[in-house]
Ligand binder design. Sequence first.
Ligand code: 13P
Ligand code: SF4
Length: 371
Amino acid sequence: MQTAVPIRVDYEQPEAAGACSTHQAWARVPAEPTQAERTALKTRIRELLKARNAVMVSHYYVHPDLQDLAEETGGLVSDSLEMARFGRDHAAQTLVVSGVRFMGETAKILSPEKRVLMPDLDATCSLDLGCPAAEFSAFCDAHPDRTVVVYANTSAAVKARADWLVTSSCALDIVRALKERGQKILWAPDRHLGGYIQRETGADMVFWNGACIVHDEFKAFELQALKAEHPGAKVLVHPESPADVVVLADAVGSTSGILKAAREMDAKEFIVATDNGMMHKLRTLNPGKVFIEAPTAGNSATCKSCAHCPWMAMNGLAGLAQVLETGTNEIKVDAALGQRARLPIDRMLAFTEALKAGRPVTGLVPNIGAA
Ligand code: 13P
Ligand code: SF4
């Protein structure tokens, strides 16, 4: 694999990037409300959603309360691709996104006329932090012959340099189609996901050297030991995990891919290598099955995230109620930047919609290049 650039940002000191470090994020994770507080907050949020013509869009990694409330009130809990599509298509004029900042920014880019609120605007992502726009732009300039494919977990400014956006649920299909058109790829920022796509498609790719602090911690040696203890268990892995973990998987997929595999695979036990926020949906949708967290730390080692994203954990009921009450924590994206960043997102959505409908996707592929 050709890796061109180092990770740029220390996740413990990202203040220079105007973001919240993992330590700061853990310190800002809201305390668990009591049962009485939880009931009162949920009631207030339901009222405010109606009063503000707002809808909730939550990711699978946020607190179960925020997942359940989204579904209960006509919103959505899903992977990052479907969050983007749902926010774009829903009639509500206010979207309340529980997740991390790039998810709110994508919603705003796709619906500049809507108000997009988030419980905590400092909830970021190590992939986004590790790929500053200026350095990324220089990397693109150094490879003018390559089609620029970026992962959704990036800033609006990085998306604005891209030809294509992908999420982990559509990256394989899109890169395969580009390869069939003879295109060489510049990939950013997740080196593990990029490596997986490269191994699966054989595409000619150069890589930015970013990683997800949650998935990067899964350990192959310990996973093998856990598999030996549970010989009947199937292993489900998110492709942001290291290659030696991915190779042990019975199914590799995005968060929605993992849910689908758990539902469809004929097994009673599953070992799951992704953020443990996923366990809520896996367990409620599959009551007869057992889900075990994949190991994140080797013998006597410690882990930074222990399979839970500190930035996802910053989302809570109280923050959600407050932003609905006050209208604070609104996502803003510069209009011109948003217009340029929208191109690769629109391409991804058009491609995946065509694929789903069984329409030819090849016609969409040549239509790339800088705006
Ligand atoms: P999905 O697109 O699979 O939901 O992943 C988003 C993410 O941030 C994974 O860490
Ligand atoms: Fe980013 Fe990883 Fe958190 Fe997903 S789990 S938002 S990739 S840091």
